[in-house]
Structure formats: structure tokens, C-alpha cells
Design a binder for this molecule. Structure first.
Ligand code: THU
Length: 161
């Protein structure tokens, strides 16, 4: 019997202003997407912006539905659209930001389990890491170097060969 420890390195930026100019630009696209989210039920608005290898930025926001499970998270709207628009292109960075109509979100919102799985699919497909930037409305910004960090022991297509 042996025990293994799985850990990862998180980069913490004190604020949006501490990001590089190009990461600020991507996060700003996510903020704009967030402001256009359709979240009349939860009042929790999420925006995501995917930077592709060719420089294109693909955005998504959460799209809710009166039949709650029919809605979709911002991250999946964004990466599915990126996959549809640029099937041969790698995803480099996904910036994610969350806000609420009920309170000020002052901490980074990390993607839900289903979104981690969906982003992981593209990371495995392309064979290179997808960096994540996570932010609330204000406060610190967290960076993960790979979605694999947030989804250890992930299930993927290699099991289906
Ligand atoms: N939501 C996202 O868009 N991304 C996440 O990773 C977590 C949750 C959305 C789904 C729903 O519209 C609202 O936030 C509340 O769960």
C-alpha cells in the first residue's frame, strides 16, 4: 500500500491590474460577456473568454432556462463555440469571471465539475495545457496552468479505445 499526494501550483494575482496586458484584455472580454449573461433565475452571471492559438477570442456566458437543467454554464458555451468555430485550433487560455445581482463577488469562481470535464476534453484532444484565469467582480485573480490541475484523475477518451 502506498499513499500519493496530488498537488498543484496556483498563481495568485492581487487584482486584475496585476495581470499582464494581454491577460487583462482577455479578462475584459470575459467581463463583457458576463454583463451579457442570461441569468434571470440565479442572478449569478458568468462570462468566459477563450484565447485561441490563432489569436481569436471566443466568448460565452451562462444561458439559463425556466426548465433549470436546460441552461448551460458560461465555460461550456465558450469552449463549445470555440470548438465549433475553430476545430483545428488549440485553446491557450480561458478567462472566467462571475458576478451576482445580489452581492459583490469578491473571490474567484472556479468552473463547476461539468465544465472542468468539458474543458479537459479539449486539453486532452490538443495535447497541450489550457491555462485558466479565474476572477470574481473584484479581488484576487487565480491562475491554474492546466485544467488537469482542477480535475485530477480525470476520465478521458483513452479509456474508450
Ligand atoms: N455557472 C456557470 O456559468 N459556470 C460555473 O462554473 C458555475 C455556475 C452558472 C450556471 C447558472 O446559470 C448559474 O451560474 C448559477 O449556478
Amino acid at each position: 500500500m502506498q499513499k500519493q499526494k496530488i498537488s498543484f501550483e496556483l498563481t495568485v494575482f492581487d487584482s486584475f491590474e496585476a495581470l499582464s496586458a494581454s491577460d487583462q484584455e482577455l479578462m475584459t472580454a470575459a467581463v463583457t460577456a458576463r454583463e451579457n449573461a442570461y441569468a434571470p433565475y440565479s442572478k449569478f452571471q458568468v462570462g468566459a473568454a477563450v484565447l485561441m492559438n490563432n489569436g481569436a477570442v471566443v466568448i460565452g456566458s451562462n444561458q439559463e432556462n425556466a426548465s433549470y437543467p436546460s441552461g448551460l454554464c458560461a465555460e461550456r458555451v465558450a469552449v463549445f463555440q470555440a470548438g465549433a468555430l475553430y476545430p483545428g485550433e488549440k485553446m491557450k487560455v480561458v478567462a472566467i469571471t462571475a458576478a451576482s445581482k445580489n452581492y459583490t463577488v469578491d473571490r474567484a469562481a472556479a468552473p463547476c465539475g461539468n465544465c472542468r470535464q468539458s474543458i479537459s476534453e479539449y486539453e486532452v484532444k490538443q495535447g497541450s495545457p489550457i491555462r485558466l484565469l479565474l476572477m470574481g467582480e473584484v479581488g484576487r485573480v487565480l491562475q491554474c496552468d492546466s485544467i488537469a490541475d482542477l480535475l485530477p484523475l480525470a476520465f478521458n477518451g483513452t479509456f474508450l479505445e
